[in-house]
Structure formats: structure tokens, C-alpha cells
Ligand binder design. Structure first.
Ligand SMILES: [Zn+2]
Length: 269
């Protein structure tokens, strides 16, 4: 059974319009226009503009998510539904920019909408009682197929498969602590840390002090996160640490440095 299906009326329409207008233009330029197109050569020097894959939850149900992402000034390339066999909506063609990341930074790159593909997953996010809505196994299986294909076609490096909270830790929590980054990494998707090395380092911290705030801030920057350079565990640094913990150690994401977090930070590739 295929884990996902695609819905593409918008894409089909876009392609048809593109073909029609190009045909019209070629006809206009055919024999008497000011120039003619020649498609018989293709440059060797080219690659995809997509360098990042950014994950989100919609914090809404299926119908609401579809409505918000198609009728307002927020969008994503893909929307994964929460049906038993998920539908993957293709809302924005991969070549075009979707409006999903907003202000953010990853390894110093800030124009994330231009350089990324955005993937929204139907999930309610944090619930009124403080717990988090789970992702279904079917959604994760669909994501694995989708992300593998996207990463391969666009040549996206593992460290650039990230969450909204990774690129905007001061204002975003999605895709949240239930997003299965480790599970995806075991399927060959995204970055993970060297677990034996982290365990050994964590044990060493029983008898030696944890890294200083300055050292932690430098390590977070090295991991891709935009982090203050204050030399203290200020609120902004705690927010970055919490985003890091949600991604790599979701059992506790309070933004407080502990031995395990320090060990993981030093065991990333
Ligand atoms: Zn988001």
C-alpha cells in the first residue's frame, strides 16, 4: 500500500497556464517577433535553489489547516493531512516561494522562505491541558517518503532538515516535542548526534563542571542556531536551548543546561 497520495489541481493548472502562455509567446515571436527562443542547449552549471526543508504543525484540524494555508497570507509547499491514509496536498509548486518560515535564521542564512520547502502537518500542537497532540504513525510514514524524495531531488544536507522552532526559537514551538526526529534520523533523514560519544561525555560531567554560558552559546551557533553572545543564560539563550532540547532531547525541554544537553551539543556531526 502506498503511504500517501498527491492532490495537484493547482499544480496542473499552473503548468497548463505556463505552457499556454509560453506557446502564445513563441507564436508571437515565431517569424516576425523581435527574437526567438532556443531550447536546444541546457547549461551544465545549475542546481536546485532549495537548501532547507522546514517542518511545521498547523495547530488546527484538517479543514481549518487547508483553509488557512490556501486563503490567507500564510502557505506551505506541502500539507500532510491526519487521515488514516494521509493526503499530501501540493499547495505551492516547489519552484515557487511559500510563506511559512517568516523571520528566522539557520547557519546565518535568513531568507528561509526563498531557500526552503515548507511542510505543514495537520496536528493540534499544544493542547489546553498543556499536553501535546501526537503525530500518527501514518503521518510519519508519509513524511519519511516525502522528505527522502525532497532531500534527494534537491540535494538538501541532513543538518538542513529542520523545524520552525530551530530557525525561529524566540517565537515558535512547532513541530513540537512529539515530532520524531530520532525516528526520522534512523530512516536516514536529517541530522542526529553520535550517541555513544554523548553517553561518554555525559558520564564525565559527573565529576567536572558543565560548559560555561559562552561555550554553550558558541556550541549552539556551531549547530546552526542563532544565539546571543551575552555570556549568560539569558531568556533568549534559554529559548534556543529549549528548541535544541525539543529536537534532540525532547524528554525535557526547559531551556536549562544539564549534562545530557551539554553532551549532545558536543556530539553533533
Ligand atoms: Zn510553523
Amino acid at each position: 500500500m502506498k503511504p500517501l497520495s498527491f492532490v495537484t489541481p493547482a499544480l496542473k493548472r499552473g503548468v497548463q497556464i505556463g505552457v499556454l502562455s509560453l506557446t502564445a509567446l513563441l507564436a508571437a515571436c515565431g517569424s516576425s517577433g523581435p527574437f526567438k527562443f532556443d531550447d536546444s542547449y541546457s547549461a551544465q552549471g545549475q542546481n536546485s535553489r532549495v537548501r532547507y526543508l522546514v517542518m511545521h504543525y498547523t495547530a488546527g484540524d484538517h479543514a481549518t489547516s487547508l483553509k488557512v494555508l490556501t486563503q490567507r497570507d500564510v502557505s506551505a509547499h506541502y500539507l500532510v493531512s491526519d487521515e488514516r491514509r494521509p493526503t499530501v496536498y501540493r499547495l505551492v509548486p516547489e519552484e515557487r516561494r511559500a510563506w511559512h518560515a517568516g523571520i528566522g535564521s539557520w547557519y546565518g542564512f535568513t531568507d528561509l522562505n526563498t531557500g526552503s520547502i515548507g511542510i505543514e502537518i495537520v496536528n493540534m500542537g499544544r493542547l489546553a491541558d498543556g499536553r501535546w497532540a501526537p503525530y500518527s504513525a501514518a503521518q510519519i510514514e508519509a513524511l519519511k517518503v516525502l522528505l527522502k524524495d525532497l532531500a534527494q531531488r534537491h540535494g538538501v544536507s541532513p543538518r538542513n532538515i529542520i523545524g520552525h522552532s530551530d530557525v525561529a526559537p524566540q517565537r515558535k514551538l512547532d513541530p513540537g516535542p512529539h515530532f520524531p526526529w530520532k525516528d526520522l534520523a534512523q530512516a536516514g533523514i536529517g541530522r542526529w548526534y553520535k550517541e555513544p560519544q554523548a553517553r561518554a561525555l555525559q558520564a564525565q560531567y559527573a565529576t567536572r563542571p558543565l560548559p560555561s554560558a559562552s561555550q554553550v552559546q558558541a556550541l549552539l551557533r556551531k549547530a546552526g542556531y542563532e544565539t546571543p553572545d551575552s555570556g549568560t543564560f539569558d531568556k533568549a539563550t534559554q529559548n534556543v536551548l529549549a528548541a535544541f532540547q525539543m529536537h534532540y532531547r525532547p524528554a525535557r525541554y526547559n531551556g536549562v543546561l544539564d549534562a545530557e544537553t551539554a553532551a549532545i551539543l558536543q556530539s553533533l556531526d
